[in-house]
Design a protein around this ligand. Structure first.
Ligand code: ADP
Ligand code: MG
Length: 239
């Protein structure tokens, strides 16, 4: 890619909610407005991310301002970065005390991809981003190891197993993301997701749900979980 690449096509975006932050047209604008670290900016550029996609221009300011968000945007529009960037910005630096962020996805494969994107954006700082698996769950039985974790990426089942066995708590979590929320809130996962939400005991947990589609039933459950949420929908049509 060259620096003269045109920006990606603009999508029609609708936002609903109170005091919706204005979208940012560029990563530079985000940097100015929210003082993004040079470390995040250099990871954006080394990954070839030059212009934010629609969901990123709209969603990143909302999350950086600490708001709860329900984001609906088609597959391939960069939803992962839309939550990973604000998450790492909000966490500032690796800190002991246990995980401060949890990202849930319906499949191991997807959790793996999300973990990779987190690692790409976390490059250059000693973030401990853990892809929860049988092996990592076992290693986190050690309190020192557990204490160093900043971000957990997991499927619901794996995380619930660790919660139930008492080898993990989520009392320090401040950011919870449900990716592919249509699946996370359907009958297969709902009970587990609710258990995880309940385990995040901090009174101010920022929650965000991302999905390509959100059927009415899942949307209703999502809205019940979120506090004063903003809902954004990115359409398929170009403006
Ligand atoms: P979604 O979750 O909406 O399906 P992904 O987060 O998986 O989309 O992103 C799809 C692809 O687009 C990935 O390869 C990702 O690295 C890339 N991507 C994300 N944001 C940008 C951007 N701003 N510029 C260029 N590529 C991007
Ligand atoms: Mg995705």
């Amino acid at each position: 890619e060259s620096s003269s690449d045109p920006p990606p096509p603009r999508h029609r975006v609708t936002a609903k909610g109170s005091n919706v932050p204005s979208p940012a047209d560029s990563f530079g604008a985000l940097k100015e407005r929210y003082h993004l670290s040079s470390h995040i900016l250099s990871n954006l550029s080394s990954n070839g991310f030059k212009h934010p996609t629609g969901i990123q221009s709209h969603g990143i300011p909302i999350l950086l301002e600490g708001r709860d968000l329900a984001a609906i945007s088609p597959t391939g529009t960069g939803k992962t970065l839309a939550y990973v960037l604000p998450l790492l910005h909000a966490l500032r630096a690796p800190t002991p005390g246990g995980a401060r962020a949890v990202i849930l996805a319906p499949t191991k494969e997807l959790a793996h991809q999300i973990h990779n994107e987190c690692l790409r954006m976390a490059h250059g700082r000693k973030w401990r981003v853990v892809l929860f698996s049988k092996a990592t769950a076992a290693s986190l039985k050690d309190k020192n190891a557990r204490d160093k974790v900043d971000v957990i990426v997991s499927t619901p089942l794996r995380l619930v197993a660790a919660l139930q066995s008492g080898t993990l708590d989520l009392n320090n979590v401040r950011h919870l993301v449900l990716d592919e929320a249509d699946r996370m809130l359907d009958a297969e996962f709902l009970t587990q997701v609710q258990e995880i939400v309940a385990a995040c005991t901090h009174p101010e947990v920022q929650k965000a749900v991302f999905s390509a589609t959100l059927p009415a039933g899942a949307e209703k459950i999502a809205m019940g979980m979120l506090r004063d949420p903003i809902r954004i929908v990115v359409g398929l049509k170009h403006v």
